[in-house]
Design a binder for this molecule. Structure first.
Ligand code: NAI
Length: 255
């Protein structure tokens, strides 16, 4: 074990479990794997039980990693999962609000249902889990909340008004939570990824992908691991004086 990973394991062991939403694949799965390797006990959340339970078994089984299937856009599920996490691990050291969906379409053709879907999951889900876990962290006088936003929440994007609004909302929510909970030892930050190769981006037309690559100074798309490493940093002792920030992880795309 390197000195750094030994230090991380020490931090993790003393700070309780981390809840990661949307952990069954893509960026959330990479976050779960990275945090497990750093020694954090985990509570994994996603809609589908099968993939989640297989990953939880791989990352340490019932003692270290609990699978909690549920819908983050449902307040009862958020309360049930926060209570299960506390009952199992005692302390909740971190919350990573990662699960998210897109429902793309031009604003002039967008139905109210299409508009609502990303808000229900991305923004409401982040609120529900923060609302359920925040009081526990306040009582502990310790906790780290990391919200996965998007560069689209900073720049807007044609065809993604609903998604952009949900992610901009998450950035504003992040700053507000940081201001409310800071005096209780709880930090809250956002990570805004650019283009990351996952199921969410795999079906974008080739031309859109080529145009996007042209605009990325580092000349490659991001990997889930690029985001996971930043999340691990924000949960680590080294990040204890950072709160209310949005860290852009986009290869320089919106610089
Ligand atoms: P993905 O589509 O590969 O995975 C999404 C995960 O969220 C899955 O585990 C899914 O089960 C879960 N999920 C979706 N709706 C849920 C619900 N209602 N309840 C519980 N779980 C739910 O997506 P990806 O690419 O891994 O994205 C993860 C996060 O990163 C999302 O918030 C996304 O908006 C954000 N992001 C992704 C970018 C990309 O280029 N892939 C860029 C910027 C942000």
């Amino acid at each position: 074990m390197t000195q750094e990973s030994a230090a991380n394991q020490e931090t993790a062991a003393s700070a309780g479990a981390v809840i990661v939403t949307g952990a069954s694949r893509g960026i959330g799965e990479a976050i779960a794997r990275t945090l497990a390797a750093a020694g954090w006990p985990l509570v994994l959340v996603a809609r589908s039980a099968d993939r989640l339970e297989a990953l939880a078994a791989e990352l340490g089984g019932p003692e270290r990693c609990l699978a909690c299937p549920g819908d983050i856009g449902n307040w009862d599920d958020a309360q049930r999962i926060a209570a299960a996490a506390q009952a199992k691990f005692g302390t909740i050291g971190g919350l990573v609000n990662n699960a998210g969906v897109t429902r793309d379409g031009l604003i002039v053709r967008m139905t109210p249902e299409q508009w609502q879907a990303p808000l229900d999951v991305n923004l409401n889900g982040t609120f529900y889990f923060t609302r359920a876990v925040g009081p526990i962290m306040m009582r502990q006088r310790q906790g780290r909340i990391v919200n996965i936003a998007s560069v689209i929440g900073l720049t807007g994007n044609a065809g993604q008004a609903n998604y952009a609004a949900s992610k901009a909302g998450i950035i504003a929510l992040t700053k507000s939570v940081a201001k409310e909970l800071g005096s209780r030892g709880v930090t809250c930050n956002a990570v805004a990824p650019g283009y990351i190769v996952t199921d969410m981006t795999s079906d974008l037309p080739e031309k859109v992908q080529r145009d996007m690559l042209d605009r990325i100074p580092l000349k490659r798309f991001g990997e889930p691991q690029d985001v996971a490493g930043v999340v691990r940093f924000l949960l680590s002792a080294e990040a204890s004086y950072i709160t209310g920030q949005t860290l852009v992880v986009d290869g320089g795309m919106i610089a």
